[in-house]
Design a protein around this ligand. Structure first.
Ligand SMILES: [Zn+2]
Ligand SMILES: [Zn+2]
Length: 154
């Protein structure tokens, strides 16, 4: 899901509320996540930013992501092989996780526009967060598995 970039002003407010200054590095971390649709782990964000900010540390990325998560600015959408995966889109939307390669895709909500409100009807209480996570095998991994199976039987 694409959205408009969050303003620097809003980010500054969020970081201040978490007792942190909005540094160049923290801004770069958020902007990197915001620009991606692959729901990266901390390590992937770190590796993407490192070439243009050689002084950044993995610890800074962890701390920043934790602060952003506490502030509700990013969502931890899944954990795959022990690594948390993040999303800058915090509005409820569904995900599909490939258990083979770990890719996480947003599920196109134009194809299922009514499922979220329908589910909400069944809840007694207040909802703070909503996740729909499906998992299985992506088309690429399924095709590869099929090819390998065919090669094996030939
Ligand atoms: Zn896959
Ligand atoms: Zn997402």
């Amino acid at each position: 899901m694409r959205k408009r970039p969050t303003s620097k002003k809003k980010l500054r407010t969020v970081f201040h509320a978490a007792g942190m200054r909005l540094t160049k590095q923290r801004l770069a971390i958020y902007r990197e996540l915001e620009s991606r649709v692959d729901h990266p782990a901390v390590q992937q964000l770190y590796l993407a930013i490192k070439p243009r900010m050689p002084n950044i540390s993995l610890f800074t990325v962890y701390r920043t992501m934790n602060a952003l998560e506490s502030a509700g600015m990013v969502l931890r959408v899944a954990t795959w092989k022990g690594h948390a995966r993040y999303d800058a889109t915090v509005e409820a939307h569904a995900h599909f996780l490939c258990e083979t390669c770990g890719r996480i895709d947003d599920v196109d909500d134009e194809q299922c526009p009514d499922i979220m409100p329908m589910l909400v009807h069944g809840v007694r209480g207040t909802i703070n967060r909503m996740d729909i996570m499906m998992s299985g095998q992506c088309a690429e991994c399924a095709a590869r598995a099929k090819q390998e199976a065919e090669a094996g039987s030939a």
